[in-house]
Design a protein around this ligand. Structure first.
Ligand code: COA
Length: 213
């Protein structure tokens, strides 16, 4: 989760998307076949769709509900131009999650993909929605073939997200003190999945340092 960019208060969960969405399947309502009347089954249809000017407001509401920080107009303007790097997630045709990434070039020696937000509405967690969003990101960098790593920030107390990302080979590489300005805890872990190891600068210049014996 990237840091807040303007006013920040946790948003109340009066989200239209949540209101419209039927609750996820309840295991106690399973019939003899393990199916739920009216549902496709616990493993309902999960798919990703484009972010467009027609549904960007839905993405804003999702992010307001899911994250304790809010994102400004520039964030959403950039997302509209992000193509495959921004996706909405659907569960049985209902928007329940979203992922937004950008290419990070702050380190000139590295080409990195930064996950700004990846989240799913509370009632739809643990159904594999997060997985299809992250799989999409992993396939994107694999197809591109020219990324060194994928990284993101998470609040240090976000154990669920840390577990989730570790499952996909991410590791905590750094902890930044006071990373968030308006939320507690303010510290963030940097989670990273290395795609190709960093080449020491001496080797990049064609010179390989050898230790003296
Ligand atoms: C993190 C998050 C995206 C996971 O989404 P999700 O749809 O619930 O994840 P999935 O169902 O695909 O879970 C995949 C795996 O992650 C791990 N995982 C997910 N939730 C977990 C939990 N509550 N406890 C432990 N492990 C968990 C499990 O290994 C799980 O596999 P399993 O269900 O087969 O055991 C979701 O919890 C979320 O939206 N959190 C709030 C936003 C956020 O913090 N985003 C991260 C920073 S950008």
């Amino acid at each position: 989760m990237s840091p807040s960019q303007d006013a920040v208060q946790p948003t109340e969960t009066e989200d239209k998307a949540q209101e419209q969405a039927p609750p996820p399947p309840k295991p106690d309502k399973l019939d003899m076949r393990g199916f739920i009347p009216g549902y496709v089954r616990c493993g309902g249809t999960k798919e990703l769709g484009e972010v467009t000017s027609h549904n960007i407001r839905l993405l804003k509401r999702l992010n307001q509900v899911i994250f304790p920080v809010s994102y400004n107009d520039k964030f959403y303007k950039d997302v509209l131009e992000a193509g495959e790097l921004a996706k909405l997630a659907y569960y049985n045709d209902i928007v329940v999650g979203a992922v937004c990434c950008r290419v990070d070039t702050s380190d000139p020696t590295q080409r990195r993909l930064y996950i700004m937000t990846l989240g799913c509405l509370g009632a739809y967690r643990r159904l594999g929605i997060g997985t299809i969003m992250l799989d999409h990101v992993l396939k994107y960098v694999q197809r591109d073939g020219n990324f060194d790593s994928i990284f993101l920030h998470v609040q240090v107390n976000n154990d669920v997200a840390i577990e989730f990302y570790k499952k996909f080979g991410f590791e905590v590489i750094e902890t930044k003190k006071h990373y968030y300005k308006r939320i507690e805890p303010a510290d963030a872990h940097v989670l990273q999945k290395t795609l190709r190891p960093k080449i020491p600068s001496t080797q990049q210049n064609g010179v390989v340092e050898r230790s003296r014996s």
